[in-house]
Design a protein around this ligand. Structure first.
Ligand code: F6R
Length: 588
């Protein structure tokens, strides 16, 4: 979602703000802007497009001033226009705001401001009410702290914002959307929605709690709750891997993250066996276990059902995080709710956890960001440890999530799986060492309109995940289908222009899949087989290594990620910034 930033320093802040915005662009990239205090004015520079392009034309990094705010946008309210790009100033100019989240009651606030305060709005965003409320309340009390408390008293919804006053105060407010304070040397204080925004020289951070705000003035900071009481906080150090994230020698983050998997698969849940043990115990002790997540993380929830039931006889139910609200009446009280999320900040999963809590569920989670909201809402939370995932499409986080599920399943069944993850890592290295055949395939199918991915049993959620990757970064319509369902409808779509990817390792679904392949071939559609075994009916065979049958899901996803990535490149799409998407979806 949108990224928000504020920086106070001894020197000009604009170059650092722009560099941080570039790193945070994955949260939203339709427009960008900065506002810098320059004397008693607040100067705004903003435009539509990506950070580098906008900066090349309007030089946001050249504005002078030691305190400023910045934003990259993922439009929710109001189209993608310069007027709607952040920062937004209050009508008279002395307060600027960047915002992430949604102000649910903005329409009525706007009407009141127009009618009773003669405010003329310049944008169609929900954001613009905030600087105007701040300014009106500040004029009344001449007290920034009071103005914030009065303003948040009026706002409804989940939001975080950073405000800049021309009196020099920089303010960060958190209400259910992330906000972090970075504390650096040379009086650098940065407010950010994401640790990736931190410059290399800042590694000490405070995670601002919900319903708290921070006021930065003259290199000092004070944190309060929404009632105005001084808040307690702890300063933490962020891992080195999150500082100065770059693409290295890779062309795209997505490519880099796919190729990191031989290492990241070894890190999943590592160093926290105690937590893994506690999560396993909670699942073991629970009569009802619900697993929830969104998108890729939901596909993991489906895999959890297969793994925990097959290897541990544990019945679990998967619920899409966005559907939890509508399933809540069926939730059994005092159950266990296992939330899966890369970011730990997706609004849907946070909502599903709060629904679970109302039913007295025990909250467990698996996240990549150990200090995320989801981790903090959980009694036990295990880390993926796969390092920052910048590509919008989840790749390495998916395999790390799966690895943790396998570890839990193994504990539940008292080591019946005894997995050596080095075997998986070696299989990844092998598959990634030569991708030329997949690149050729991508070239040959670059103009297709539809792609189907079929799998049976535990391979079905992998098929769904493959299809999600394809549609997300290649814009080709793709569907993940359980093989047996083909004849119940989807075969109607098969003809000589159709390609079907069949996930077909040599396990108990192999023979049935070959039958599906024949059904598909009789409609003249083409088959791309992902398997350790060749078959004459495959038009294209992607060979995967032979490993223990139960472990194929961990490796068969790699060719699907590679097909998506190379197809995106062939189709001239930047896989890191697919249209209409953003990383960490913090709005409902
Ligand atoms: C797909 C993708 C999204 C996320 C989903 C949940 O590649 O990236 O579908 O998986 O938005 O995000 P997290 O896991 O951060 O809660």
């Amino acid at each position: 979602m949108c990224s928000i930033l504020g920086l106070s320093s001894d020197s000009d802040v604009a170059p650092t703000l722009v560099a941080s915005l570039k790193r945070m662009e994955y949260r939203g990239y339709d427009s960008v802007g900065v506002a810098i205090k320059n004397g008693s004015n607040i100067l705004v520079k903003k435009g539509v497009g990506k950070v580098n392009d906008v900066n090349a034309s309007i030089h946001m990094d050249k504005v002078n001033g030691n305190v400023g705010i910045g934003h990259t946008r993922w439009a929710t309210h109001g189209g993608v226009t310069v007027e709607n790009a952040h920062p937004h100033l209050c009508n008279s100019g002395p307060v600027g705001v960047v915002h992430n989240g949604i102000i649910e009651n903005y329409a009525e606030l706007r009407e009141d401001l127009e009618k009773n305060h003669n405010i003329v709005f310049k944008s169609t965003t929900d954001t613009e009410v905030i600087p105007n409320l701040l300014q009106i309340y500040f004029e009344k009390s001449h007290d920034v702290k009071r103005a914030i408390m009065d303003t948040v008293g009026k706002l409804k919804g989940h939001y975080a914002f950073v405000a800049l006053f021309n009196t020099g105060e920089l303010v960060g407010v958190r209400n259910h959307e992330p906000l972090i304070i970075g504390i650096g040397a040379t009086n650098n204080l940065l407010l950010t929605s994401d640790i990736i925004g931190l410059p290399e020289n800042i590694s000490s951070v405070i995670y601002v709690d919900n319903n708290q705000f921070v006021i930065v003035k003259d290199h000092e900071y004070d944190i309060y709750d929404f009632e105005g009481n001084v808040a307690q906080f702890t300063i933490k150090t962020i891992p080195k891997s999150y500082q100065n994230v770059t693409k290295g020698s890779f062309r795209y983050y997505t490519e880099k993250e796919i190729f990191e998997q031989p290492n990241t698969i070894l890190m999943a849940g590592e160093g926290d066996n105690n937590c893994l043990e506690k999560i396993t115990q909670s699942i073991r002790d629970s009569d009802y276990v619900y697993v929830t997540g969104s998108g890729t993380s939901y596909n993991i929830a489906v895999i959890a059902k297969y793994l925990f039931s097959r290897f541990a006889g544990k019945k679990v139910e998967h619920v899409m995080a966005s559907e939890m609200k509508y399933s809540s009446r069926y939730l059994v009280s005092d159950s266990t709710l296992f939330g899966i999320s890369q970011s730990g900040e997706s609004a849907d999963i946070l909502e599903s956890v709060s629904i679970g809590k109302k039913k007295n569920a025990k909250i467990l989670s698996m996240v990549n960001s150990k200090n995320s909201s989801l981790a903090r809402e959980s009694i036990h939370s295990i880390g993926l440890n796969c390092g920052p995932e910048v590509g919008v499409a989840a790749t390495k986080s998916f395999t790390s999530q799966m690895a943790i599920l396998y570890k839990i399943a193994d504990k539940l069944c008292e080591n019946c799986l005894a997995i050596n993850f080095h075997t998986i890592s070696n299989a990844y290295t092998k598959m990634l060492s030569n991708t030329s055949h997949i690149q050729e395939l991508a070239k040959s199918i670059k103009n297709i309109q539809n792609l189907f991915v079929i799998g049976r049993g535990i391979h079905y959620p992998i098929a769904k995940e493959g299809a999600l990757k394809i549609k997300e970064i290649t814009y080709v319509h793709a569907e993940g289908i359980a093989g047996g369902e083909l004849k119940h409808g989807p075969l109607a779509l098969m003809d000589s222009s159709t390609y079907v990817i069949v996930i077909n390792p040599d396990d108990d679904a192999y023979v049935d899949n070959i039958s599906s392949v024949h059904e598909i071939k009789s409609r003249e559609a083409k088959i791309i087989g992902i398997s350790n075994k060749p078959d004459p009916s495959y038009d294209f065979w992607i060979k995967i290594p032979t490993i223990r049958e139960e472990l194929y899901p961990l490796i068969e996803i790699i060719p699907l990620q590679l097909i998506s990535y190379y197809l995106a490149v062939e189709r001239g799409i930047d896989p890191d910034y697919p249209k209409n998407l953003a990383k960490s979806v913090t709005v409902k």
